[in-house]
Design a protein around this ligand. Structure first.
Ligand code: NAG
Ligand code: NAG
Ligand code: NAG
Length: 371
């Protein structure tokens, strides 16, 4: 539709005037048409540019899946929903939200919005939260109350701090491997992300048409390329050269939101068990990237994941995005209502809006107005 439309503008202008004027005329029309197409298909351009930058090297297929998979001990979890929660709910997609104990408001906003979705595009979806142990005993008590009341919290056996985020992710992988092997896909999402299960399921449906998609090792998100390890001990992302001595980290998906297929989860979790954890711990998303490389799994980039840059709000753009980072609890409830209780945007509206908000996000990053 849009293609036909722009084509008409582009074609209708072949005119009668000659010489330079005609040339300039054509020139501007061509530039206009190219810009319009670029705006409408910005995701295709982003995919292409990313594919140029991505490392082609595939890691060794070092993980052999053993006949009996080592069990994860339930004692690793201080509290969690019933161990039968996945047997009962049979989720196709399980979303595990990494949240800090004190972020109760963020959890509630998620429950009131996308976390409350249980049936999406004909598939069952389940959202649970994963936390560590709080340093403050008062918050610890509140957390137990919240867990009893809501039944959607998992607590791992580690102190919850920024420096321990990798332990949270390991705890999450272990939990999903042990208690939710039914789920076809696992999404790891941060608690300040506006997630869109419907957009994700649509993407998975369109991208993986084959029946054997359960066997595909998918590691999907916003791919970060050629990130250098930080060897400055003062940084909170410090990593010693003994722990990691390559020039760049392997390509990895931004930790704000990424998706693993069942097969990828298993291999990655086994690879993680085999890696000796350096101290201080590497950032969780980098660590997952390292494990994926060990397991011989390459990340897949999707322009629908916002990763770092904040994406300015617009209704149609948010209908298309799978994840939007830096969303405050109040905004989440507000945006969700507007995005999901109003009519779906048209193809053209969605594409234009998506192109515009991608460009605004990019400009925000370039101009440094983004956090
Ligand atoms: C991470 O968790 C471990 C185990 O609970 C704890 O000993 C350690 O102090 C924590 N590290 C940080 C940086 O909080
Ligand atoms: C995609 O969705 C269509 C329509 O709902 C469904 O028939 C088809 O089986 C789905 N494909 C996959 C791979 O999920
Ligand atoms: C990096 O570390 C590995 C294993 O620890 C070692 O085999 C290799 O020689 C090191 N490379 C450099 C450039 O130091």
């Amino acid at each position: 539709m849009a293609k036909g439309y722009s084509f008409r503008i582009c074609k209708g202008q072949f005119g009668k005037r000659g010489g330079h004027l005609k040339f300039i005329h054509y020139f501007f029309i061509t530039v206009f048409c190219i810009s319009l197409l670029a705006l409408l298909f910005i995701d295709v351009i982003e995919l292409w540019v990313t594919s140029l930058g991505m490392s082609k090297a595939i890691g060794p297929h070092g993980v052999v899946i053993p006949h009996s998979i080592p069990p994860i001990r339930s004692e690793e979890y201080l509290f969690m929903p019933s161990i039968h929660v996945c047997q009962r709910a049979k989720p196709y997609l399980i979303i595990l939200v990494a949240t800090a104990p004190q972020n109760r408001k963020a959890r509630q906003a998620i429950r009131d919005t996308w976390g409350g979705e249980i049936q999406v595009r004909g598939h069952r979806v389940m959202t649970l939260f994963i936390v560590g142990q709080p340093f403050d005993p008062v918050i610890g008590k509140e957390l137990i109350e919240e867990s009893k009341e809501r039944g959607d919290l998992i607590q791992g056996r580690f102190m919850d701090s920024y420096g321990n985020l990798t332990l949270k992710t390991l705890s999450m992988l272990g939990w999903a491997r042990r208690f939710c092997p039914q789920a076809h896909y696992l999404a790891k999402v941060d608690d300040d992300v506006l997630f869109n299960p419907s957009a994700l399921l649509q993407y998975l449906n369109l991208s993986f048409k084959t029946e054997e998609n359960d066997l595909t090792e998918l590691y999907l998100g916003r791919v970060q390329m050629k990130v250098e390890p930080n060897h400055n001990p003062a940084s909170k992302h410090f990593m010693s050269e003994n722990a990691y001595n390559d020039t760049f980290f392997p390509d990895y998906c931004s930790g704000t939101a990424y998706v693993l297929s069942q097969a990828a989860l298993l291999k990655l979790s086994l690879a993680a068990d085999a890696i000796l954890l350096p101290r201080p711990l590497p950032p969780e998303d980098v660590f997952i990237g390292i494990c994926a490389k060990r397991a011989g799994i390459t990340p897949t980039h999707s322009p629908l994941f916002s990763g770092g840059p904040a994406v300015p709000y617009s209704r149609c753009c948010y209908q298309m995005m799978v994840s939007v980072h830096h969303t405050k609890p109040g905004d989440m409830v507000h945006y969700w209502k507007e995005v999901h209780s109003t009519a779906p945007c048209s193809w053209l509206g969605m594409r234009t809006s998506f192109g515009v908000c991608k460009i605004r996000a990019l400009l925000g990053t370039l101009l440094g107005t983004d956090s």
